[in-house]
Design a protein around this ligand. Structure first.
Ligand SMILES: Cc1cc2nc3c(=O)[nH]c(=O)nc-3n(C[C@H](O)[C@H](O)[C@H](O)COP(=O)(O)OP(=O)(O)OC[C@H]3O[C@@H](n4cnc5c(N)ncnc54)[C@H](O)[C@@H]3O)c2cc1C
Ligand SMILES: N[C@H](Cc1c[nH]c2cc(Cl)ccc12)C(=O)O
Length: 513
C-alpha cells in the first residue's frame, strides 16, 4: 500500500504531503490535487509550541522557513476583557513550578492573590508585557536546555512527549505562505501536484474509494485517499456520508470575519503573543506578523450579524483597516464521527474544528498526521489501525472542546446577553464534574480530560485563575505548611524576571537586526 491521493491544498493538504514524504520518502507515491479557484480558508496563523516537532521532522530549522512565512514568536495567548474590561492575563508556554508537592498557584491562592497570578507565577508574563524576544540577539534561548538537539524530547511525537518539558514559545505565520513553502518542499521531494477540481468520487461496491475524477486530468486512482477539502468534507462527509457531530450546543460561536492589516511593525512593535479580546458577542484575535497584523472577530450569528461583526472589527482595528477587504467565514464546529473510514482519512477542517481561541486547528492537523504515520495501514487494512487512529483523533478534539467550554463557563463578565448565556448553556457533563473538583483542588493530571489532547494541567489553571468567574480555594493543607519555600520561589521568579527583562532584545528587533 503505497499510493496516496490527497484532495485539497490548504494548510492540511500540504502539511500532510510534506510530512508523509519526510516519513516514507520514495517508498510512497503521493499526488495532491487542489482546486485553482476554490480558495483555502485563508486564516490559521497561530500554533502550539509542539509544532516545532513538525518542522524538525521535515529537517527544517527556523531560519529555513520563518522568513518565507513572515513568522514571529508566540509566547502566550493574552486574554483581554474576559474577566472584566481592562483586565488581561496570559496563558503562556511555561511549566508551573511546584513547592513541597503543591503547584505554586496553590500557594498563590493561599498567600492573598494579587490581580495577576500570571506575573507572580510565570517569568514569561513580564517578558511579554515588555514586548521582548524569548531568544537573546545571538540566538540563544533563555536558559532552557532545548537548543539545537539539546532538547531530549526531539524525535518524540507530541503525544509521546505529553508535556514532559515545555518549550517556551510557538509561532505565528501567514498560512498561505506556509502552504506555499510546503508545496515547494513537497514537490522537490517527488509529490505530484495537480491544480484541478475533483468533480466526482468513485466508490466500489463495498463503498471504498477507487478514484477521484478531475476536470481536466482524468481519474486519479490510489490506495489511500486523504480528504483535506476543508469544512466541505468532500470525500468523507459527502461521498462516504460519514456523519458530523456538532459541538454547537456547547460552543455557539459559528462565524468569523477576518482582516489582514498591513502594519508598520517598527513603529507599532511586536507584542510576542496572540491576543484574544472579548467582545459583546464573541472575541477578536490579533496576531502580529513581521509585515502585518492578522485579526478577526469570532462570534455567534444568533447574537450578531456579519455586518455588525465587520463594523465592530473595523472600529477595533482603526484607520489601518480602511482599504482592507473582509473575509467572512462560516465555521463548522464539531468533528466527524470517525475521521478515518474505509480507505479515506480526513485531516484538517474536514475532520473537525473548534473556534481558534487556543490556536488548535494546526495542532489538530499535526497530531492527525503523526497518528496516521503511526497507524499507517498495510495492504491487509487491519481495522485495528483505523480504530486506534479514530480513537486518538476523537479524544484530542473532544478534550480541546471541553477546554474551550471552560473559558466561557469561567469568564466572569456578564454585561451582555451573550456572556450571561455562557453561564446557563449546557456544558459537557464530564466538564461539570471536573469543575466541582477544581473548586477545591487545582487541576492536575488526574482531574483534567483523561486522554491526550495537547493541553497540560497548568493550562487549565491559567484559565480558571485568569477568567475569575469560578471561586477557587487553596488546599487546606497549606494552612498547616511552612510558606517560606514558596516565598523564596516567588522571589526567584521576580529576580529572574528582572534579569531577563534587562537583557533580552525587543521582539521586533530580534527579527530585524
Ligand atoms: C476564522 C478561523 C481562524 C483560524 N485561526 C487559526 C489559528 O490561529 N491557528 C490554527 O492552528 N488554526 C486556525 N484555524 C484553522 C486553520 O485555518 C485550518 O486548520 C487550516 O487552514 C486548515 O484548513 P484546511 O487545509 O483543512 O482547509 P482549507 O484551508 O479550507 O483548504 C481546503 C482545500 O481544499 C481544496 N478543495 C476544496 N474542494 C475541492 C475540490 N472539489 N477539488 C479540489 N480541491 C478542492 C481547496 O482548493 C483548498 O485547497 C482557523 C480557522 C478559522 C475558520
Ligand atoms: N502542548 C503544549 C500545550 C500548551 C502549553 N501552553 C500553551 C499555551 C498556549 Cl497559548 C497554547 C498551547 C499551550 C504546547 O504545545 O506547548
Amino acid at each position: 500500500l503505497n499510493n496516496v491521493v490527497i484532495v485539497g491544498g490548504g494548510t492540511a493538504g500540504w502539511m500532510t504531503a510534506s510530512y508523509l514524504k519526510a516519513a516514507f520518502g520514495d517508498r510512497i507515491d503521493i499526488t495532491l490535487v487542489e482546486s485553482g479557484h476554490i480558495g483555502a480558508v485563508g486564516v490559521g496563523e497561530a500554533t502550539f509550541s509542539d509544532i516545532r516537532h513538525f518542522f524538525e521532522f521535515l529537517g527544517l530549522k527556523e531560519k529555513d522557513w520563518m522568513p518565507a512565512c513572515n513568522a514571529t514568536y508566540k509566547l502566550a495567548v493574552r486574554f483581554e476583557n474576559w474577566r472584566e474590561k481592562g483586565h488581561y492575563f496570559y496563558h503562556p508556554f511555561e511549566q508551573m513550578r511546584s513547592v513541597n508537592g503543591f503547584p505554586l498557584t496553590d500557594w498563590w491562592l493561599k498567600q492573598g492573590p494579587t490581580d495577576r497570578f500570571d506575573k507572580d507565577c510565570f517569568v514569561m508574563a513580564s517578558v511579554i508585557d515588555a514586548g521582548l524576544s524569548p531568544r537573546h540577539q545571538d540566538g540563544t534561548l533563555i536558559d532552557q536546555p532545548f537548543d539545537e538537539g539539546a532538547d531530549e524530547m526531539q524525535g518524540l511525537t507530541m503525544s509521546e512527549h505529553q508535556g514532559k518539558t515545555q518549550f517556551p514559545y510557538a509561532y505565528q505565520f501567514e498560512a498561505a505562505l506556509l502552504a506555499k513553502y510546503l508545496t515547494k518542499y513537497s514537490v522537490e521531494r517527488g509529490v505530484k501536484h495537480i491544480v484541478d477540481d475533483v468533480r466526482e468520487v468513485s466508490l466500489d461496491d463495498r463503498g471504498w474509494i477507487t478514484g477521484v475524477r478531475t476536470g481536466e486530468h482524468g481519474d486519479l486512482t490510489g490506495d489511500l485517499f486523504i480528504d483535506c477539502t476543508g469544512f466541505r468534507g468532500l470525500l468523507l462527509n459527502q461521498a462516504l456520508e460519514e456523519p458530523f457531530i456538532s459541538y454547537q450546543d456547547t460552543l455557539p460561536n459559528d462565524s468569523a470575519v477576518a482582516l489582514q492589516v498591513p502594519m508598520d511593525m517598527e513603529r507599532r512593535g511586536i507584542l510576542p503573543c496572540t491576543t484574544a479580546t472579548a467582545q459583546d458577542a464573541g472575541w477578536i484575535w490579533t496576531i502580529p506578523l513581521t509585515g502585518r497584523v492578522g485579526t478577526g472577530y469570532v462570534y455567534a450569528k444568533d447574537y450578531l450579524s456579519p455586518e455588525e461583526a465587520e463594523r465592530t472589527l473595523r472600529e477595533f482595528v482603526g484607520p489601518a483597516a480602511a482599504d482592507v477587504e473582509a473575509n467572512h467565514i462560516r465555521m463548522r464546529i464539531g468533528r466527524s464521527r470517525n475521521s478515518w473510514v474505509k480507505n479515506c482519512v480526513a485531516i484538517g477542517l474536514s475532520s473537525g474544528f473548534v473556534e481558534p481561541l487556543e490556536s488548535t486547528g494546526i495542532f489538530f492537523i499535526h497530531h492527525a498526521i503523526e497518528q496516521l504515520v503511526k497507524n499507517f495501514p498495510a495492504a491487509d487494512w487491519n481495522s485495528m489501525h483505523r480504530d486506534l487512529y479514530n480513537s486518538a483523533v476523537s479524544h484530542v478534539m473532544d478534550g480541546v472542546r471541553e477546554f474551550l467550554v471552560l473559558h466561557y463557563v469561567a469568564a466572569k463578565r456578564n454585561d451582555t446577553q451573550y456572556w450571561r448565556d455562557t453561564k446557563t448553556r449546557k456544558i459537557p457533563d464530564s466538564l461539570a464534574e471536573r469543575i466541582e473538583k477544581w473548586k477545591v483542588q487545582l487541576p492536575d493530571s488526574e482531574t483534567v480530560y483523561p486522554y491526550y489532547h495537547g493541553l497540560p494541567p497548568y493550562s487549565y489553571m491559567c484559565i480558571l485563575l485568569g477568567m475569575g468567574g469560578i471561586e477557587l480555594k487553596p488546599s487546606p493543607a497549606l494552612a498547616l505548611a511552612d510558606g517560606g519555600a514558596a516565598q523564596r520561589e516567588f522571589e526567584q521568579i521576580r529576580n529572574k524576571t528582572q534579569r531577563l527583562t534587562e537583557v533580552l532584545p525587543k521582539a521586533y528587533d530580534y527579527f530585524t537586526q
